[in-house]
Design a protein around this ligand. Structure first.
Ligand code: PDD
Length: 285
């Protein structure tokens, strides 16, 4: 059975889902997006994703064509109509279709598209094996806090990682500090047991999974430090892990060919994954 997508008010088979070549998302990457996980047929931490969507829209003076409540309805309909028990929902809002002109067009309705995908999240093999990371220079613009659909630097980063036999890229700023993964937040755990991640700023996306994992860690009495860290410190760390809506929490076992800790998923990263899963299942809606 073909999957069902949503385009500007219409649910349609994915292969028929179309936008104009004049859509500003296509021409200028003038738009924003969100990705939320689906577990047990319910959306994980979705209020946090919608709050970030509203913030991204506001920063770009973009207006959603429908209310946030209507977006929740659309997401729920995509999950139900596609029979997704485990996977994700992707949604994107662009400034709409207009003659090509860099400045904002007037009287144009933004484009809203969304689709659902079945993926393996809970029993992901990477949770057992851990993932390998390659570091690359961070080539992105200065407003990485906005979840922009302009993802070319992340595409190049992930491709470089793939070619190096790795599953994720960590992007490194001009001062030698890790900003984040190409599509995930970067964490290390020091030998003293502190969980370290870069503070939110315009340099990184404020991860929804990051926020929840930090709160869960603090509840467990674990030390959480928000500060930048470099590649050498990460390679010397006891453990490392990444967080994202699509992968939840995944242990990292290697950075640029150097094993992290024993080169196997660390116990604390595994524990944080289990805690996040519990939270996700208990709060999904
Ligand atoms: N990416 N940093 C970047 C650059 C990201 O693209 C993402 C998510 C994250 C993690 O954010 P969250 O925990 O809210 O998913 C951090 C999504 C999953 C994607 O682009 O597919």
């Amino acid at each position: 059975m073909s999957s069902i997508a949503y385009v500007n008010g219409v649910f349609t088979p994915l292969e028929d889902a179309r936008v104009s070549i004049l859509d500003r998302g296509f021409l200028f990457a003038d738009g924003v997006y969100e990705v939320a996980a689906v577990i047990d047929g319910r959306l994980v931490d979705n209020p946090a994703h919608l709050a970030r969507l509203e913030r991204s829209l506001k920063e770009l003076q973009l207006e959603s064509p429908v209310s946030m409540a209507a977006i929740v309805e659309i997401e729920g309909a995509l999950v139900a109509r596609n029979g997704v028990r485990e996977g994700l929902v992707y949604l994107q809002i662009t400034r709409g279709v207009a003659d090509r002109d860099f400045s904002f067009p007037k009287n144009v309705t933004p484009t809203l598209v969304a689709f659902a995908q079945k993926t393996t999240i809970l029993a992901a093999p990477a949770a057992e094996t851990g993932v390998k990371v390659a570091t690359v220079p961070d080539l992105r613009w200065a407003r990485r806090d906005i979840k922009s659909i302009a993802l070319l630097a992340q595409v190049l980063a992930k491709q470089a990682a793939t070619e190096a036999g790795c599953q994720e890229a960590w992007m490194v700023d001009a001062d030698g500090f890790v900003t984040e993964g190409s599509s995930s937040t970067a964490f290390i755990i020091t030998k003293a047991g502190a969980i370290v991640t870069r503070p939110n700023s315009e340099a990184i996306l404020p991860g929804c999974t990051r926020r929840a994992v930090m709160a869960l860690a603090a509840e467990q009495g674990l030390t959480v430090e928000e500060r930048p860290f470099g590649v050498a410190e990460a390679q010397e760390a006891a453990e490392a892990f990444l967080t994202s809506a699509s992968n939840l929490v995944l242990p990292i076992v290697e950075i640029d060919g150097r094993p992290i800790g024993a080169g196997r998923p660390g116990e604390r990263a595994k524990r944080l994954r289990a805690l996040y899963l519990e939270f996700a299942r208990a709060t999904a809606g």
